[in-house]
Structures are given as C-alpha cells and as structure tokens.
Design a protein around this ligand. Sequence first.
Ligand code: DGI
Ligand code: FE
Ligand code: FE
Length: 189
Amino acid sequence: MDRQQIIQSVSVQMPERRWIHTQGVMSTAIELAERYGENPERAELAAIIHDVAKYWPIADQAAYIKQNSLDERVLHYNKELWHAEVGASVAKEQYGVHDIEICNAIRYHTSGRANMSLLEKIVWLADYIEPNRDFPGVDVARELAGVSLDRAILFGLDQTIVFLIEKGKVVYPVTLEARNSIVQQLNMK
Ligand code: DGI
Ligand code: FE
Ligand code: FE
C-alpha cells in the first residue's frame, strides 16, 4: 500500500480525536527526525500506523496476538500494551511494510525497550509530546526534547512508571529495562 492508502485505512479504524493525535505524532516525528538525523519519511510512516489497533476490541487484539504468534508476554501485563504488538504486525502483513525498524518502532512505541534505535526513540517521544497531549509535565518533556532525546525519554519513562505505580498497576519489565538502558546511556556520556 502507498502512504495515502495506509492513511485512509488507519484513519477509518479510529475515532476522530485519535486520528488528530496520530497527525500530531506524524508532524512531531518528522521534526524530531530532522533534528536528530533520522529519515523523516520512515519516522512519519511509523507514526501513521502506530495506533492502528488502539480501538480494536480488546478481545480481537488478544486473539490477533495469539493467532499470529506475536509476543504473548504482553498478555500478562496491562491491555494498553497490546495494540503496539498488533500494530507492528498489521504494518507488515496488511500494509506491506518490510522495513523491520519501522515495525519495531511501532512495536515498542508504548513500552519502549532496552537499547532503542534512533527511530524507536523518535516515535516513542513523538507519541509522548505531540501537540495535542495535555498532561502534567508535558511541557517539561517538550523542552527536554529540544535539548536531548535521551533526557526527554528518561523523563517520560519515569513519569509513566510513577503514574503506573501510583495507580497500583503492574509495570511491564520491558519498560523498566528501557528506563535503565537510557540511564546507562546517559551515564556513559
Ligand atoms: O496509545 P497512546 O495513548 O497514544 O499512548 P501509548 O501507546 O504510549 O500508551 C500509553 C499508556 O499505556 C499510558 O497511559 C500508560 C499505559 N501503560 C500501561 N502499562 C504500561 C504502560 N506504559 C508503559 N510504558 N509500560 C507499561 O507497562
Ligand atoms: Fe499507542
Ligand atoms: Fe499514540
């Protein structure tokens, strides 16, 4: 599928406000790619697709993960993680995205992971700071994004982990690994 066909397919699978969010992630991902030296077209394509499965019925997300032999570990953690696994597979199987780094940027856009690629970091952060986001601390994250990709992501991961802990929720270990990995990368500088 070409870019326009993918946009069409993704946008009809979600409510208007989620498509507006996606457009914000697209423009932010392009900006971050230009700032940090990644290919803006790859960043935009990952952004277009990243939340494609967000509004699939949750049972369909679980079934898709099982039927397509995706990483079932997420099924033991919060449901918010599932759409990212599904989205990465949909990108490849339905939209013909064969760039595995784009698929991985979709796959890890919620959890993050250790040793994220530049593209993965850009999509993770664009999702966190896009202009329609409005939560305490988002302005700090936006400012940090202008200074250091890693510092902005560390701030975001820390906020997300604290948020989950305050709500009494489990934290996916891959998110903790993502956070530790960024700290180690910053300490090496
Ligand atoms: O899909 P979006 O709303 O655009 O954003 P997202 O895919 O980054 O999902 C973010 C939500 O996922 C956020 O409210 C926290 C929640 N969440 C639940 N469990 C985990 C988690 N986020 C991370 N990073 N790790 C978790 O274990
Ligand atoms: Fe998402
Ligand atoms: Fe999103």
